[in-house]
Structures are given as structure tokens and as C-alpha cells.
Design a protein around this ligand. Structure first.
Ligand code: MG
Length: 447
């Protein structure tokens, strides 16, 4: 297997498909595109392979005459914010996010910390595959300096929420950063916000549970939250751009609930506005937008599409419902777990409600998600689905796979961008209808 280039990042298994040599060449390719004299912010998660990959990336950038500001181990959103804060020309994040420990990945950022466009990733890939290596002269080789931006990053989040209300509420919080980079930010922010905090799985680089913060993997967080009588539990993935919520009753919420709570708060404050979500996001985002007369725009799955659309339409908030990532442009254009946590605490404090109450105020649907690993005759499937759309009067959107909507439900069938499989999402107000749709889809695909 070779290194995988996707519009969302460049990834592989350390020592197999992704080596320090690859990181050196990609760092150099990216640096040569930015040009001599540019400045790039870098940082990494807590994976065992991350320091080696980061050193190689820095050597590649420096060789191309690019200066590097190294933030060390920090969450991905901290790097994204810092590119803008330090007025750098770009950034490199070393983290495989929620992928298993043997994986690592590079996320390349442009100006303002925004993930680079797919065509820019393509340019990096071409240089990498050509094997070209740009060497600046001895006198213009890049420098590396270190910076600690965490205190200012936390202070910036605190300026974006009503810190006094949160402090007064003294909320009992349990945090599960699962040994990820969030350890170096979220607990400090929580203490400063006056919460009574218990942190579990807090040894950097020790991943005690599955890395993806899904309900199935958050049993300990659920148990600890309930048994301590805490008001809320939060979980991150290893780079802390994602946030999953556990209620005071220990119920682990689907990840889009975090985004929905924040979107609802921001559109309410603005009495409208614009929200951008991906095509796989719940219909509850349409319902929330219509509550406040806000505009909702949908894009293909992938943070890169959400972020660039948000810039284009000057969106007020957005994100990827499917993975609980909140993007708030007043802060920066990446998904930010610590910010989302602070905003949710603000809601609990200001509205004086339990997290379970805030969640029950959200429009909810019965949701079914599943993957199909067999080969699918995509063209044929599409034709059959379009026929059903006509019969049932459903609206069809084919920007990424095929999504069909009716008044009280919808479904999406799309090819995964990162794995060889077909992903299906079904949502309906009526549980039985959701189940009927599932059977119908399986029948069509298997025909
Ligand atoms: Mg992540």
C-alpha cells in the first residue's frame, strides 16, 4: 500500500505506507510551493510516530527556505487558529485524528489556517511523486523556532463566550481526551471556566479506548459521569477537533448533537444568519435554521468543502454534523472541540438547563447508518433510486453520492472518500419508515 492523498489530508501507516522520508518530501514540496522566506506553523498530536514525522516535515520545509514556528503537541484547532494569530503563510498538522494508533497523517493549511483546496493538495502530490526536492542556498535555509500559544488560544475562546456566567454556574464536568493533544488545552480551559473537573484517560500518548469518540467506545466516560453525579461529560479524538457529549444520565449522544447545540445558540444570538453543513448532516440542521429564518447551505462531505464554502458565503457557523466538529469563523476556519465545549457550557449556565433538557429541545429524527463493503453498480443503483424519487416525489441532490429528501425524512448513499465502501445514512421522523427505507435501499443495492 502506498501513501494516500485525499482532499482531507495525506495519510498512511507509519513505517509502511508513510515514513519519515515521505514526510520530508511532502514538507519540502509544500515549502517549495509557498516559496523561500515563507513562514509555516507546525504542531502534532500525541502518537508515538508524530515526533519523527514532525521533525522530517520541518527539515523538508527548512530545506526549501521556509521558516517554521513549532508549537509542539497541541490540538489541530490550536494550529489552525495560530496560523492566523501569528499571521503565517500556512501550517502543517501531524495527526491521524481518530484513525488507529499505527496511522499518521499530514493536514496542510493555507493562509488563515484554512485547509488547502483539493487542487493544491494535487499540486503537492505531483511534486512528491516526481521526487523533486527543492534546496535553498546555505544562506537562505529556513529557521525553526518554538512558541507556546496555548494560553492565548484559551484566552481567545474565553473572550468568545460569557465567561462570568460559566464561572458562576460551577458546572461538574468529566473529560475524556483519550491521551490526545486535548490534554494540553481542555483541562486548563475547564479549570479557568470554574468547572469542577475530573479528567480520565489523561496520560499523553496512552490510548485507553478506541480513538474515534463513538458511543460504543465511551463506556467509561458514561459510567464516570453518571456515578460522580457530574452535569456533563466531554470526549475528544486525538487531535481534539471533535467533541462528543455524555449527558448527566450517562447517555452518549450522537456526534452531531454537539454541532446542533452550538449552531442553535449562534443562530439564535444572531436571529438568523448562514450555516454550512455537509450533505450527510441530519435534517435537524434544516429545522434549526428555519427556527431562526437562517440560510442553510449544503456541501459534499469533507471539512475542506465546508470551510471553503463558509469563507465564500461569509457563514456564521458550520461544520460536519457526522463528526461533531464545530467551525466558528469569528475564531478560525477549522473544527474546534475545546471551543464547542465552552459554548455548550455557556448554554447550560445561561439557560439554567441540564444538558439532557437542552438536547431534548432539539428536533430529533430516527437515524440509521451503515456501510456496505461489497462492490456496487453505482450507475445502475442511481437510476433505480431516481425512479423511486419520482414515484415518491422526493427531492434529489447528487453533489456527493445521492441524497433524497421528503417532508419527514431523507437518505444518502455515497462512496467513502477514505475507504473502499458505500456509506448509507437514513433519517425519518417515523421509526418504521426509516426501517422501510433501509430494506428498500438494501434491496436496490443487492439487485
Ligand atoms: Mg480529529
Amino acid at each position: 500500500m502506498s501513501l494516500i492523498f485525499t482532499p482531507l489530508g495525506i495519510r498512511g501507516i507509519f513505517g509502511e505506507s508513510f515514513t519519515a522520508m515521505d514526510a520530508l518530501r511532502i514538507g519540502n514540496a509544500f515549502g517549495s510551493i509557498l516559496g523561500e522566506g515563507s513562514e509555516v506553523v507546525v504542531g502534532m498530536d500525541t502518537r508515538q510516530s508524530s515526533p519523527v514525522i514532525l521533525k522530517a516535515v520541518i527539515a523538508g520545509l527548512n530545506s526549501a527556505g521556509v521558516d517554521v514556528i513549532n508549537l509542539g503537541v497541541v490540538p489541530t484547532p490550536t494550529i489552525e487558529w495560530a496560523v492566523d494569530y501569528l499571521d503565517a503563510d500556512g501550517g502543517v498538522v501531524v495527526s491521524a485524528s481518530h484513525n488507529p494508533p499505527e496511522w499518521n497523517a499530514l493536514k496542510l493549511l493555507g493562509k488563515r489556517g484554512i485547509i488547502i483546496r483539493p487542487e493544491e493538495t494535487e499540486e503537492v502530490r505531483k511534486l512528491y511523486e516526481k521526487g523533486s526536492f527543492y534546496n535553498s542556498s546555505w544562506s537562505s535555509v529556513g529557521k525553526e523556532e518554538h512558541a507556546d500559544v496555548i494560553p492565548e488560544y484559551i484566552a481567545t475562546i474565553e473572550r468568545l463566550v460569557d465567561i462570568e456566567s460559566i464561572r458562576e454556574a460551577k458546572i461538574r464536568v468529566v473529560l475524556d481526551p483519550n491521551g490526545g493533544a486535548g490534554i494540553f488545552v481542555t483541562p486548563y480551559m475547564m479549570r479557568d471556566l470554574g468547572t469542577e473537573l475530573t479528567t480520565i484517560n489523561s496520560v499523553p500518548g496512552v490510548f485507553s479506548r478506541e480513538l474515534e469518540p463513538r458511543p460504543e467506545s465511551l463506556v467509561t466516560l458514561s459510567n464516570v459521569t453518571r456515578s460522580l453525579g457530574a452535569s456533563i461529560g466531554f470526549a475528544h479524538d486525538t487531535d481534539a477537533d471533535r467533541l462528543t457529549i455524555v449527558t448527566e444520565q450517562g447517555e452518549v449522544m450522537p456526534e452531531d448533537v454537539s454541532l446542533a447545540l452550538v449552531v442553535d445558540a449562534i443562530l439564535r444570538e444572531l436571529k438568523g444568519g448562514t450555516v454550512v453543513v455537509n450533505i450527510a448532516s441530519s435534517k435537524m440542521f434544516d429545522d434549526i435554521a428555519s427556527r431562526y429564518g437562517a440560510r442553510i447551505i449544503k456541501v459534499p462531505v469533507g471539512e475542506v468543502y465546508v470551510a471553503h464554502k463558509m469563507v465564500e458565503v461569509k457563514a456564521d457557523v458550520g461544520g460536519e454534523g457526522s463528526c461533531g466538529g464545530v467551525i466558528y469563523p469569528k475564531f478560525h476556519y477549522g473544527r474546534d472541540g475545546p471551543f464547542a465545549a465552552a459554548k455548550i457550557l455557556e448554554r447550560m449556565a445561561k439557560e439554567g438547563k441540564k444538558i439532557s433538557q437542552l438536547i431534548s429541545d432539539l428536533p430529533r429524527y430516527h437515524i440509521i447508518r451503515f456501510d456496505i463493503k461489497t462492490k456496487v453498480d453505482w450507475e445502475n443503483t442511481k437510476k433505480k433510486l431516481e425512479k423511486i424519487a419520482k414515484e415518491r416525489g422526493m427531492m434529489v441532490n447528487d453533489m456527493d453520492g445521492i441524497r433524497m429528501d421528503e417532508e419527514s425524512g431523507w437518505f444518502l448513499i455515497r462512496e467513502s472518500k477514505t475507504e473502499h465502501k458505500i456509506r448509507v445514512v437514513i433519517e425519518h421522523k417515523n421509526k418504521e419508515e426509516a426501517e422501510n427505507l433501509r430494506k428498500e435501499i438494501l434491496r436496490i443495492i443487492s439487485e
